[in-house]
Design a binder for this molecule. Structure first.
Ligand SMILES: *Cc1c(COP(=O)(O)O)cnc(C)c1O
Length: 226
């Protein structure tokens, strides 16, 4: 399958899931996840219309993003864990950091950022110990802290669904993130419009549970060869 066919299949699936959820497809943004993907294939995805791209490692992003500066109107999202000593690079390259999961990290981003930067709070909705993300019962304290910091523009929440994918597990994780968002909107009396949840294998469940931002790698670029 080539990229064009994969993208067509992807949007067929997204459309079907939206129909089932009785949602409009315009509510769903797709971040094309480009980890391990070469810059020429990223340019090809750009030609097919993608404008949001996600990388999970700062080092890899530093090797690729500067070579793609000619692509106009592109937003880069950091979707992987961020170490404090890499924050200074991350705030320069990324338009959105989706993986804020501790007060120390939030503080470091606030300190290093020259301009405002969009962020999401990452939540470990499946409580798998090897996973990053704030614990569900610590999220509101972290949100309160993030809101108190300069330069951080908190737009919502991100989670990685459980693996292996199952309908029950995925729905449980994604509905938990939506509940956290809904409660946070009441508690802090402001909108958090972005729910970043859903990847190639589980995004239908995410759309049913209210996702507004899918992070899709293999569904666009094919299997990764590490
Ligand atoms: C790799 C990755 C994705 C995309 O995964 P696919 O299964 O290729 O769609 C999404 N989110 C995060 C955090 C990732 O690391």
């Amino acid at each position: 399958m080539n990229m064009e066919q994969r993208i067509k299949n992807l949007y067929d699936r997204i459309k079907k899931a939206c129909d089932k959820a009785e949602r409009d497809i315009s509510e769903i943004q797709v971040v094309a996840v480009t980890k391990t993907v070469s810059t020429d294939r990223i340019e090809e995805a750009y030609k097919w219309g993608f404008r949001n791209f996600g990388e999970n490692r700062v080092q890899e992003a530093r090797e690729k993003i500067p070579n793609l500066a000619h692509l106009k109107d592109v937003k880069w999202h950091l979707i992987g864990h961020l170490q404090k000593n890499k924050v200074k690079y991350a705030v320069r390259m990324f338009d959105m950091i989706q993986s804020v999961d501790s007060e120390q990290l939030a503080y470091e981003i606030s300190k290093r950022a020259k301009d405002n930067i969009d962020v999401l709070v990452e939540v470990n909705t499946s409580m798998e110990p090897q996973k990053h993300g704030a614990k569900p019962d610590e999220v509101f304290d972290l949100v309160e802290y993030v809101l108190s910091l300069e330069h951080l523009n908190l737009l919502g929440f991100m989670t990685v669904g459980p693996y292996p994918v199952s309908e029950k597990g995925s729905k449980r994780a994604f509905s938990l993130l939506r509940e956290i968002r809904d409660k946070a909107e009441v508690k802090f009396d402001r909108r958090f419009p972005i729910l970043s949840m859903g990847m190639t294998e589980d995004f239908e469940y995410a759309i049913l549970e209210g996702s507004t931002m899918l992070r899709i790698g293999r569904g666009i670029f094919g299997e990764r060869t590490y």
